[in-house]
Ligand binder design. Structure first.
Ligand code: TYM
Length: 332
């Protein structure tokens, strides 16, 4: 059976982009067809200025939302990254294989470092080495496939490169993973700024649909989406990014095809209205289940405890093998 691993950062409230690009596929497909692990990657949330209490709260909320979106602890392993020491142990070894130049070429590093600098903050070393920790997350589990949105492609590519390099230098230790992407909505864009990704840490939040937004707020955000000049509904991600984004979201929510759907609309208004309703319908069951789970925090804790125990047992042999291969004296 294939091994699948993916993760989500508790750096903000989870968005429709997270859901359509990643979480929904984890629940509907990946957990049933593979030996799958899903991780709330809290160590990654410490790479930019953070509030400790908020990270703790968002970690619990992310785990709860993952369960609410259909992850079944009987079918997959759900856990929190910092509960399994193997991630940090392996990350250091991979830092000894990765190069400084490789890190500085990462698009997300450049973007996030520029953002921190613009806010007058210094850049944490961990922001630079973030992709190495992500590679450790993936490689510790002998992962075959990493289901992610498009924005993570470069990071998964780095994990592949590090696996190959380590294996060549120190002997075959890691499985070489590959990224998989959803057919539609691999990159959901900000509704107010359709040339930028819909991200958790957007300042105003107007262009971002959060999974826990009230129904009225969801409707308002979609109905106020920025569309392009012109009036005909065509699917063109380069020339008409606003309309294309709505068509992508509608297609992802209804199981349709954005190109085909474009032929069914002759006004932006009708497209927005149907997209708003489709998003509301997709979020409704997730929000209902979330409400139930919040009422029973002990159950979520138990899922995370058992998940970490299983994950630890899976990661330890691979990470121990990497310690031996790279030349460290085994502890007695
Ligand atoms: P994160 O927390 O930013 O996002 C979690 C998942 O959601 C996808 N995603 C999107 N997909 C489509 N459209 C969007 N607007 C959108 N926004 C987010 C992301 O591609 C991702 O799949 N570095 C990772 C977390 C991570 C990880 C890992 C992932 C850490 N270790 C190991 C896979 C394997 C991140 O920041 O994801």
């Amino acid at each position: 059976m294939k091994r699948v691993f993916s993760g989500i950062q508790p750096t903000g409230h989870l968005t429709l982009g997270n859901y359509l690009g990643a979480m929904r596929r984890w629940a509907e497909v990946d957990q049933h067809r593979a030996d799958a692990l899903f991780c709330v990657v809290d160590l990654h949330a410490l790479t930019v200025e953070h509030d400790p209490a908020r990270v703790r709260r968002l970690s619990r909320q992310a785990a709860t939302l993952l369960l609410a979106s259909g992850l079944d602890p009987e079918a997959c392993t759900l856990f929190v990254q910092s509960h399994v020491d193997e991630h940090a142990r392996l990350s250091y070894l991979l830092e000894c294989v990765a190069t400084d130049g490789e890190m500085r070429r990462m698009i997300q590093y450049k973007e996030k470092a520029a953002k921190e600098a613009a806010r007058g903050r210094s850049v944490r070393v961990s922001l630079l080495t973030y992709p190495v920790l992500m590679a450790a997350d993936i490689l510790a589990y002998g992962t075959d496939e990493v289901p992610v949105g498009e924005d993570q492609a470069q990071h998964v590519e780095l994990a592949r490169d590090l696996a190959v390099r380590f294996n060549q230098r120190y002997g075959s230790t890691f499985t070489v993973p590959r990224a998989t992407f959803p057919k539609v909505a691999a990159r959901v864009m900000n509704l107010q700024e359709p040339t930028s990704k819909m991200g958790k840490s957007d300042e105003s939040g107007l262009g971002v649909v959060y999974l826990l937004d009230e129904t009225d707020v969801v409707r308002k955000k979609v109905l106020r989406a920025v569309t392009d000049s012109g009036r005909d509904v065509v699917y063109d991600r380069v020339e008409r990014p606003g309309v294309a984004n709505l068509l992508d979201v509608l297609a992802a929510c209804t199981g349709g095809d954005p190109e085909v759907l474009s032929g069914e609309y002759d006004s932006y208004g009708a497209l927005k209205k149907d997209t708003a309703e489709a998003v509301v319908e997709v979020l409704r069951p997730v929000q209902e289940r979330h409400r139930e789970l919040v009422a029973d925090p002990g159950a979520v804790d138990e899922v995370l405890r058992a998940g970490a125990e299983r994950a630890r047992a899976m990661a330890r042999p691979t990470v121990d093998a990497a310690y031996r291969a790279i030349g460290l004296l085994p502890a007695l």
